[in-house]
Design a protein around this ligand. Sequence first.
Ligand code: SF4
Length: 426
Amino acid sequence: MTESPRTRQTRPVSASTPGKIRETSAPQVRPATEGWTQKKDAEGRPLLQFASPRRGKPPVHFADFTPAERIEKVKELGLPGFRAKQLATHYFTHYTSDPAEMTDLPAARREELVTTLMPPLLTEVRRLETDRGDTIKFLWRLHDGALVESVLMRYPGRITLCVSSQAGCGMNCPFCATGQAGLTRNMSTAEILDQIVRANRLIAEGGLGDPRKVGHEGERVTNIVFMGMGEPLANYMRVMDAVRTMVAPQPEGLGMSARGITVSTVGLVPAIRKLSDENIPVTFALSLHAPDDQLRDELIPVNSRWKVDEALDAAREYFEKTGRRVSIEYALIKDMNDHAWRADLLAEKLNARGRGWVHVNPIPLNPTPGSIWTSSEKDVQDEFVRRLNDAGIPTTLRDTRGKEIDGACGQLVATSEDEAAAAAMA
Ligand code: SF4
Protein backbone atom coordinates (compact mmCIF):
# COMPACT_ATOMS: atom_id res chain seq x y z
CA MET A 1 0.00 0.00 0.00
CA THR A 2 1.31 3.44 -0.89
CA GLU A 3 2.02 5.73 2.00
CA SER A 4 -0.29 8.71 2.23
CA PRO A 5 1.64 11.69 0.92
CA ARG A 6 0.21 14.33 3.26
CA THR A 7 1.51 17.82 2.98
CA ARG A 8 0.21 21.04 4.47
CA GLN A 9 -1.15 23.52 2.06
CA THR A 10 -2.06 27.07 2.76
CA ARG A 11 -4.36 28.71 0.29
CA PRO A 12 -5.61 32.24 0.51
CA VAL A 13 -9.11 32.43 1.91
CA SER A 14 -11.53 33.30 -0.85
CA ALA A 15 -13.12 36.72 -0.58
CA SER A 16 -16.52 35.06 -0.51
CA THR A 17 -15.66 33.03 2.56
CA PRO A 18 -14.24 35.37 5.18
CA GLY A 19 -13.29 33.99 8.53
CA LYS A 20 -13.13 30.32 7.51
CA ILE A 21 -9.73 29.64 9.01
CA ARG A 22 -10.26 25.87 9.28
CA GLU A 23 -10.11 25.36 5.55
CA THR A 24 -6.78 27.10 5.09
CA SER A 25 -5.05 24.76 7.49
CA ALA A 26 -6.77 21.60 6.32
CA PRO A 27 -4.28 19.00 5.17
CA GLN A 28 -3.79 18.39 1.48
CA VAL A 29 -3.53 14.73 0.59
CA ARG A 30 -2.00 14.29 -2.85
CA PRO A 31 -3.27 11.59 -5.22
CA ALA A 32 -1.17 8.44 -5.44
CA THR A 33 -1.82 4.88 -6.49
CA GLU A 34 -2.13 2.27 -3.78
CA GLY A 35 -0.79 -1.22 -4.39
CA TRP A 36 -0.05 -0.68 -8.10
CA THR A 37 2.24 1.43 -10.22
CA GLN A 38 0.89 3.86 -12.76
CA LYS A 39 2.32 3.38 -16.24
CA LYS A 40 4.26 6.46 -17.38
CA ASP A 41 5.05 7.89 -20.82
CA ALA A 42 8.50 8.89 -22.11
CA GLU A 43 8.25 12.26 -20.30
CA GLY A 44 7.41 10.56 -17.01
CA ARG A 45 3.74 11.60 -17.08
CA PRO A 46 0.94 9.09 -16.51
CA LEU A 47 0.48 7.21 -19.79
CA LEU A 48 -2.70 7.98 -21.69
CA GLN A 49 -3.96 5.46 -24.24
CA PHE A 50 -6.45 6.79 -26.73
CA ALA A 51 -6.11 4.17 -29.46
CA SER A 52 -7.49 0.71 -28.91
CA PRO A 53 -4.73 -1.93 -29.08
CA ARG A 54 -5.07 -4.13 -32.15
CA ARG A 55 -6.85 -7.30 -31.19
CA GLY A 56 -9.14 -9.66 -33.04
CA LYS A 57 -12.37 -7.84 -33.81
CA PRO A 58 -15.53 -9.00 -32.01
CA PRO A 59 -17.98 -10.95 -34.17
CA VAL A 60 -20.16 -8.68 -36.27
CA HIS A 61 -23.73 -8.69 -34.96
CA PHE A 62 -27.13 -7.56 -36.18
CA ALA A 63 -27.05 -4.73 -33.59
CA ASP A 64 -23.90 -3.28 -35.18
CA PHE A 65 -25.94 -2.33 -38.27
CA THR A 66 -28.34 0.46 -39.11
CA PRO A 67 -31.89 -0.64 -40.08
CA ALA A 68 -31.00 -0.18 -43.77
CA GLU A 69 -27.87 -2.29 -43.42
CA ARG A 70 -29.85 -5.01 -41.65
CA ILE A 71 -32.18 -5.28 -44.63
CA GLU A 72 -29.16 -5.61 -46.92
CA LYS A 73 -27.67 -8.36 -44.76
CA VAL A 74 -30.90 -10.32 -44.73
CA LYS A 75 -31.17 -9.97 -48.52
CA GLU A 76 -27.58 -11.18 -48.90
CA LEU A 77 -28.79 -14.37 -47.23
CA GLY A 78 -31.48 -14.71 -49.91
CA LEU A 79 -34.40 -13.66 -47.72
CA PRO A 80 -36.83 -10.78 -48.24
CA GLY A 81 -35.96 -7.51 -46.50
CA PHE A 82 -38.94 -7.59 -44.13
CA ARG A 83 -37.28 -10.45 -42.26
CA ALA A 84 -34.88 -7.86 -40.84
CA LYS A 85 -37.74 -6.19 -38.97
CA GLN A 86 -38.85 -9.53 -37.57
CA LEU A 87 -35.33 -10.23 -36.35
CA ALA A 88 -35.15 -6.74 -34.85
CA THR A 89 -38.42 -7.34 -33.02
CA HIS A 90 -37.06 -10.54 -31.49
CA TYR A 91 -33.84 -8.90 -30.38
CA PHE A 92 -34.89 -5.38 -29.36
CA THR A 93 -38.46 -6.06 -28.17
CA HIS A 94 -38.45 -9.66 -26.95
CA TYR A 95 -34.77 -9.57 -25.99
CA THR A 96 -34.06 -12.95 -27.49
CA SER A 97 -31.59 -14.42 -29.94
CA ASP A 98 -32.90 -17.94 -29.51
CA PRO A 99 -33.98 -19.32 -32.91
CA ALA A 100 -36.52 -21.59 -31.20
CA GLU A 101 -38.47 -18.51 -30.11
CA MET A 102 -38.52 -16.97 -33.59
CA THR A 103 -41.52 -18.88 -34.82
CA ASP A 104 -42.50 -16.24 -37.40
CA LEU A 105 -39.30 -16.91 -39.35
CA PRO A 106 -39.04 -19.82 -41.80
CA ALA A 107 -38.14 -22.86 -39.68
CA ALA A 108 -35.48 -24.02 -42.14
CA ARG A 109 -33.59 -20.72 -42.02
CA ARG A 110 -33.85 -19.66 -38.36
CA GLU A 111 -30.69 -21.34 -37.13
CA GLU A 112 -28.69 -20.01 -40.05
CA LEU A 113 -30.00 -16.47 -39.59
CA VAL A 114 -29.14 -16.40 -35.93
CA THR A 115 -25.74 -18.06 -36.36
CA THR A 116 -24.84 -15.56 -39.08
CA LEU A 117 -26.37 -12.38 -37.69
CA MET A 118 -26.59 -12.86 -33.95
CA PRO A 119 -23.44 -14.57 -32.72
CA PRO A 120 -23.13 -14.69 -28.93
CA LEU A 121 -21.28 -11.61 -27.65
CA LEU A 122 -21.45 -11.72 -23.86
CA THR A 123 -20.99 -14.86 -21.80
CA GLU A 124 -22.14 -14.43 -18.24
CA VAL A 125 -19.35 -15.39 -15.86
CA ARG A 126 -20.71 -14.19 -12.56
CA ARG A 127 -23.70 -12.39 -11.12
CA LEU A 128 -23.69 -10.64 -7.75
CA GLU A 129 -26.83 -9.38 -6.10
CA THR A 130 -27.31 -6.91 -3.31
CA ASP A 131 -30.04 -4.59 -1.97
CA ARG A 132 -32.33 -7.65 -1.70
CA GLY A 133 -31.91 -8.31 -5.40
CA ASP A 134 -32.56 -4.71 -6.50
CA THR A 135 -28.93 -4.28 -7.59
CA ILE A 136 -27.20 -6.85 -9.77
CA LYS A 137 -23.66 -6.76 -11.05
CA PHE A 138 -22.91 -8.86 -14.11
CA LEU A 139 -19.46 -9.96 -15.13
CA TRP A 140 -19.31 -10.76 -18.84
CA ARG A 141 -16.62 -12.49 -20.88
CA LEU A 142 -16.22 -11.18 -24.43
CA HIS A 143 -15.30 -13.41 -27.38
CA ASP A 144 -11.57 -12.85 -26.84
CA GLY A 145 -11.61 -13.46 -23.10
CA ALA A 146 -11.72 -9.76 -22.11
CA LEU A 147 -13.89 -9.18 -19.04
CA VAL A 148 -16.35 -6.32 -18.62
CA GLU A 149 -19.14 -5.56 -16.20
CA SER A 150 -22.50 -3.90 -16.02
CA VAL A 151 -24.63 -3.03 -13.00
CA LEU A 152 -28.41 -3.06 -12.96
CA MET A 153 -30.20 -1.00 -10.32
CA ARG A 154 -33.87 -0.68 -9.52
CA TYR A 155 -34.93 2.67 -8.07
CA PRO A 156 -38.45 3.88 -7.41
CA GLY A 157 -39.88 4.66 -10.84
CA ARG A 158 -36.83 3.79 -12.91
CA ILE A 159 -34.38 1.03 -13.70
CA THR A 160 -30.82 2.09 -14.42
CA LEU A 161 -28.10 0.10 -16.12
CA CYS A 162 -24.50 1.19 -15.76
CA VAL A 163 -22.78 -0.05 -18.92
CA SER A 164 -19.18 -0.55 -19.98
CA SER A 165 -17.90 0.93 -23.23
CA GLN A 166 -14.33 -0.38 -23.24
CA ALA A 167 -12.54 -3.40 -21.81
CA GLY A 168 -10.15 -1.69 -19.40
CA CYS A 169 -9.47 2.01 -19.81
CA GLY A 170 -6.59 4.09 -21.08
CA MET A 171 -7.15 7.16 -18.93
CA ASN A 172 -4.99 5.91 -16.05
CA CYS A 173 -6.74 7.67 -13.15
CA PRO A 174 -4.80 6.82 -9.99
CA PHE A 175 -7.93 6.04 -7.94
CA CYS A 176 -9.54 3.75 -10.45
CA ALA A 177 -9.37 0.00 -10.48
CA THR A 178 -10.44 -0.20 -14.13
CA GLY A 179 -7.56 1.90 -15.39
CA GLN A 180 -4.82 -0.14 -13.69
CA ALA A 181 -4.29 -2.60 -16.51
CA GLY A 182 -4.70 0.02 -19.24
CA LEU A 183 -6.94 -0.29 -22.26
CA THR A 184 -7.57 -3.82 -23.49
CA ARG A 185 -9.81 -2.76 -26.36
CA ASN A 186 -12.84 -0.78 -27.43
CA MET A 187 -16.14 -2.60 -27.20
CA SER A 188 -18.22 -2.89 -30.35
CA THR A 189 -21.60 -1.18 -30.74
CA ALA A 190 -23.36 -4.52 -30.40
CA GLU A 191 -21.36 -5.47 -27.30
CA ILE A 192 -22.49 -2.23 -25.69
CA LEU A 193 -26.13 -2.78 -26.68
CA ASP A 194 -26.17 -6.44 -25.72
CA GLN A 195 -25.59 -5.45 -22.08
CA ILE A 196 -28.99 -3.70 -22.18
CA VAL A 197 -30.75 -6.48 -24.07
CA ARG A 198 -29.46 -9.06 -21.58
CA ALA A 199 -30.56 -6.90 -18.65
CA ASN A 200 -34.00 -6.40 -20.20
CA ARG A 201 -34.31 -10.13 -20.67
CA LEU A 202 -33.55 -10.71 -17.00
CA ILE A 203 -36.10 -8.07 -15.95
CA ALA A 204 -38.75 -9.59 -18.24
CA GLU A 205 -38.14 -12.93 -16.52
CA GLY A 206 -38.71 -11.29 -13.12
CA GLY A 207 -35.05 -11.54 -12.12
CA LEU A 208 -34.60 -8.02 -10.73
CA GLY A 209 -35.82 -7.58 -7.19
CA ASP A 210 -38.68 -9.29 -5.48
CA PRO A 211 -40.80 -10.91 -8.20
CA ARG A 212 -43.83 -10.73 -5.89
CA LYS A 213 -43.80 -6.95 -6.10
CA VAL A 214 -46.40 -5.64 -8.46
CA GLY A 215 -45.56 -3.73 -11.60
CA HIS A 216 -42.87 -5.95 -13.08
CA GLU A 217 -44.74 -6.72 -16.25
CA GLY A 218 -43.44 -4.74 -19.18
CA GLU A 219 -40.63 -3.27 -17.13
CA ARG A 220 -37.28 -2.65 -18.76
CA VAL A 221 -34.17 -0.57 -18.40
CA THR A 222 -35.23 3.10 -18.50
CA ASN A 223 -31.91 4.80 -17.79
CA ILE A 224 -28.40 4.17 -19.02
CA VAL A 225 -25.26 5.56 -17.46
CA PHE A 226 -21.96 5.15 -19.27
CA MET A 227 -20.10 4.88 -16.00
CA GLY A 228 -18.94 1.29 -16.16
CA MET A 229 -15.58 0.28 -17.55
CA GLY A 230 -13.95 2.65 -19.97
CA GLU A 231 -14.02 6.26 -21.09
CA PRO A 232 -16.99 6.38 -23.47
CA LEU A 233 -15.77 9.36 -25.47
CA ALA A 234 -12.51 7.51 -26.23
CA ASN A 235 -14.69 4.97 -28.10
CA TYR A 236 -16.79 7.72 -29.61
CA MET A 237 -18.06 6.22 -32.85
CA ARG A 238 -19.27 2.92 -31.38
CA VAL A 239 -20.75 4.56 -28.32
CA MET A 240 -22.71 7.00 -30.48
CA ASP A 241 -23.90 4.23 -32.80
CA ALA A 242 -25.10 2.38 -29.70
CA VAL A 243 -26.86 5.51 -28.41
CA ARG A 244 -28.61 5.97 -31.78
CA THR A 245 -29.95 2.42 -31.54
CA MET A 246 -30.96 2.94 -27.90
CA VAL A 247 -33.15 5.89 -28.86
CA ALA A 248 -34.46 4.47 -32.14
CA PRO A 249 -38.12 3.46 -31.79
CA GLN A 250 -38.87 -0.23 -31.35
CA PRO A 251 -38.51 -2.56 -33.10
CA GLU A 252 -35.56 -0.95 -34.94
CA GLY A 253 -34.00 0.05 -31.62
CA LEU A 254 -34.68 0.04 -27.90
CA GLY A 255 -37.08 2.99 -27.93
CA MET A 256 -35.42 4.72 -24.99
CA SER A 257 -35.53 8.40 -24.15
CA ALA A 258 -32.27 10.25 -24.85
CA ARG A 259 -32.75 12.15 -21.61
CA GLY A 260 -32.46 8.91 -19.69
CA ILE A 261 -29.03 8.22 -21.19
CA THR A 262 -26.05 9.75 -19.43
CA VAL A 263 -22.75 9.96 -21.28
CA SER A 264 -19.96 10.80 -18.90
CA THR A 265 -16.36 11.72 -19.54
CA VAL A 266 -13.25 12.74 -17.67
CA GLY A 267 -12.94 15.62 -20.15
CA LEU A 268 -12.02 14.71 -23.72
CA VAL A 269 -12.76 18.18 -25.00
CA PRO A 270 -12.84 17.64 -28.80
CA ALA A 271 -15.22 14.70 -28.29
CA ILE A 272 -17.48 16.78 -26.00
CA ARG A 273 -17.73 19.35 -28.81
CA LYS A 274 -18.61 16.60 -31.27
CA LEU A 275 -21.26 15.28 -28.89
CA SER A 276 -22.81 18.76 -28.70
CA ASP A 277 -23.37 18.66 -32.47
CA GLU A 278 -24.99 15.20 -32.57
CA ASN A 279 -28.49 16.49 -32.03
CA ILE A 280 -29.24 13.67 -29.58
CA PRO A 281 -30.12 15.33 -26.26
CA VAL A 282 -28.45 12.82 -23.94
CA THR A 283 -27.56 13.88 -20.43
CA PHE A 284 -23.94 14.90 -20.34
CA ALA A 285 -21.82 14.43 -17.23
CA LEU A 286 -18.31 15.74 -16.70
CA SER A 287 -16.32 13.86 -14.06
CA LEU A 288 -14.43 16.85 -12.75
CA HIS A 289 -13.40 15.88 -9.21
CA ALA A 290 -11.24 19.02 -8.80
CA PRO A 291 -11.71 22.65 -9.84
CA ASP A 292 -7.98 23.49 -9.90
CA ASP A 293 -5.46 22.21 -12.43
CA GLN A 294 -2.82 21.67 -9.79
CA LEU A 295 -4.81 18.86 -8.20
CA ARG A 296 -6.68 17.69 -11.29
CA ASP A 297 -3.44 17.14 -13.23
CA GLU A 298 -2.64 14.43 -10.69
CA LEU A 299 -6.16 13.14 -10.09
CA ILE A 300 -7.30 12.89 -13.73
CA PRO A 301 -4.24 12.49 -15.97
CA VAL A 302 -6.13 13.58 -19.10
CA ASN A 303 -6.15 17.03 -17.51
CA SER A 304 -2.60 17.35 -18.84
CA ARG A 305 -4.22 17.55 -22.31
CA TRP A 306 -7.35 19.56 -21.58
CA LYS A 307 -7.41 21.78 -18.52
CA VAL A 308 -10.30 22.42 -16.13
CA ASP A 309 -11.33 25.65 -17.88
CA GLU A 310 -11.31 24.03 -21.33
CA ALA A 311 -13.43 21.13 -20.08
CA LEU A 312 -15.88 23.52 -18.41
CA ASP A 313 -16.07 25.68 -21.55
CA ALA A 314 -16.90 22.57 -23.61
CA ALA A 315 -19.51 21.53 -21.03
CA ARG A 316 -21.09 24.98 -21.17
CA GLU A 317 -21.14 24.74 -24.96
CA TYR A 318 -22.96 21.42 -24.62
CA PHE A 319 -25.65 23.19 -22.64
CA GLU A 320 -25.88 26.04 -25.16
CA LYS A 321 -26.26 23.73 -28.12
CA THR A 322 -28.58 21.13 -26.59
CA GLY A 323 -30.41 23.05 -23.86
CA ARG A 324 -29.64 20.10 -21.58
CA ARG A 325 -28.38 20.92 -18.12
CA VAL A 326 -24.91 19.46 -17.55
CA SER A 327 -23.94 17.33 -14.55
CA ILE A 328 -20.63 17.81 -12.83
CA GLU A 329 -19.53 14.66 -11.01
CA TYR A 330 -17.35 15.23 -7.98
CA ALA A 331 -16.19 12.31 -5.81
CA LEU A 332 -15.56 13.73 -2.34
CA ILE A 333 -12.23 12.40 -1.11
CA LYS A 334 -11.12 13.18 2.41
CA ASP A 335 -8.54 15.98 2.59
CA MET A 336 -7.79 15.62 -1.10
CA ASN A 337 -10.47 17.58 -2.93
CA ASP A 338 -13.13 18.27 -0.31
CA HIS A 339 -11.80 21.61 0.96
CA ALA A 340 -14.29 24.41 1.38
CA TRP A 341 -12.16 26.69 -0.80
CA ARG A 342 -12.49 24.14 -3.59
CA ALA A 343 -16.29 24.26 -3.29
CA ASP A 344 -16.03 28.06 -3.60
CA LEU A 345 -13.65 27.86 -6.55
CA LEU A 346 -15.91 25.37 -8.30
CA ALA A 347 -18.93 27.61 -7.75
CA GLU A 348 -16.97 30.59 -9.01
CA LYS A 349 -15.92 28.80 -12.20
CA LEU A 350 -19.41 27.51 -12.88
CA ASN A 351 -21.09 30.85 -12.20
CA ALA A 352 -18.53 32.62 -14.40
CA ARG A 353 -20.06 30.65 -17.27
CA GLY A 354 -23.63 31.65 -16.54
CA ARG A 355 -26.52 30.53 -14.38
CA GLY A 356 -28.90 27.60 -14.64
CA TRP A 357 -26.76 25.48 -16.96
CA VAL A 358 -25.27 23.01 -14.56
CA HIS A 359 -25.78 21.03 -11.43
CA VAL A 360 -23.20 19.33 -9.26
CA ASN A 361 -23.37 15.76 -7.98
CA PRO A 362 -20.89 15.21 -5.19
CA ILE A 363 -20.37 11.48 -4.79
CA PRO A 364 -19.56 10.28 -1.28
CA LEU A 365 -16.95 7.51 -1.38
CA ASN A 366 -17.07 4.56 0.96
CA PRO A 367 -14.97 4.90 4.10
CA THR A 368 -11.74 3.00 3.43
CA PRO A 369 -9.65 2.98 6.61
CA GLY A 370 -5.93 3.32 5.94
CA SER A 371 -6.40 4.47 2.35
CA ILE A 372 -5.93 7.97 1.00
CA TRP A 373 -8.98 7.29 -1.16
CA THR A 374 -11.50 7.50 1.60
CA SER A 375 -14.74 9.34 2.14
CA SER A 376 -14.94 12.89 3.39
CA GLU A 377 -16.32 13.42 6.88
CA LYS A 378 -20.06 13.95 6.92
CA ASP A 379 -19.79 17.57 8.09
CA VAL A 380 -17.24 18.32 5.36
CA GLN A 381 -19.56 16.82 2.74
CA ASP A 382 -22.43 18.90 4.04
CA GLU A 383 -20.32 22.06 4.03
CA PHE A 384 -19.19 21.40 0.46
CA VAL A 385 -22.78 20.97 -0.70
CA ARG A 386 -24.00 23.96 1.28
CA ARG A 387 -21.42 26.31 -0.24
CA LEU A 388 -22.31 25.33 -3.76
CA ASN A 389 -26.03 25.63 -3.09
CA ASP A 390 -25.51 28.99 -1.40
CA ALA A 391 -23.63 30.17 -4.48
CA GLY A 392 -26.68 29.29 -6.56
CA ILE A 393 -25.42 25.99 -8.00
CA PRO A 394 -27.99 23.21 -7.56
CA THR A 395 -26.10 20.46 -5.79
CA THR A 396 -27.23 17.07 -4.54
CA LEU A 397 -25.24 14.25 -2.99
CA ARG A 398 -25.51 11.30 -5.34
CA ASP A 399 -26.82 7.88 -4.40
CA THR A 400 -23.90 5.49 -4.64
CA ARG A 401 -25.85 2.28 -4.87
CA GLY A 402 -23.77 -0.62 -6.02
CA LYS A 403 -20.70 0.23 -3.94
CA GLU A 404 -21.36 -2.85 -1.86
CA ILE A 405 -20.52 -5.03 -4.82
CA ASP A 406 -17.77 -2.85 -6.21
CA GLY A 407 -20.10 -1.75 -8.92
CA ALA A 408 -19.89 1.99 -8.58
CA CYS A 409 -18.23 4.32 -11.03
CA GLY A 410 -14.50 3.82 -11.34
CA GLN A 411 -14.68 0.65 -9.29
CA LEU A 412 -15.46 -1.82 -12.01
CA VAL A 413 -12.61 -4.22 -12.53
CA ALA A 414 -12.28 -7.93 -12.91
CA THR A 415 -10.66 -9.45 -9.85
CA SER A 416 -8.38 -12.47 -9.97
CA GLU A 417 -11.36 -14.50 -8.72
CA ASP A 418 -13.42 -13.26 -11.65
CA GLU A 419 -10.65 -14.18 -14.03
CA ALA A 420 -10.39 -17.65 -12.51
CA ALA A 421 -14.16 -18.10 -12.88
CA ALA A 422 -13.96 -16.98 -16.50
CA ALA A 423 -11.03 -19.31 -17.22
CA ALA A 424 -12.90 -22.22 -15.70
CA MET A 425 -15.78 -21.60 -18.09
CA ALA A 426 -13.66 -21.12 -21.20
S1 SF4 B 1 -12.08 6.72 -13.65
FE1 SF4 B 1 -13.06 6.38 -15.64
S2 SF4 B 1 -11.67 7.40 -17.07
FE2 SF4 B 1 -10.50 7.15 -15.19
S3 SF4 B 1 -9.39 5.20 -15.50
FE3 SF4 B 1 -11.33 4.76 -14.45
S4 SF4 B 1 -12.79 4.18 -16.04
FE4 SF4 B 1 -11.06 5.27 -16.99
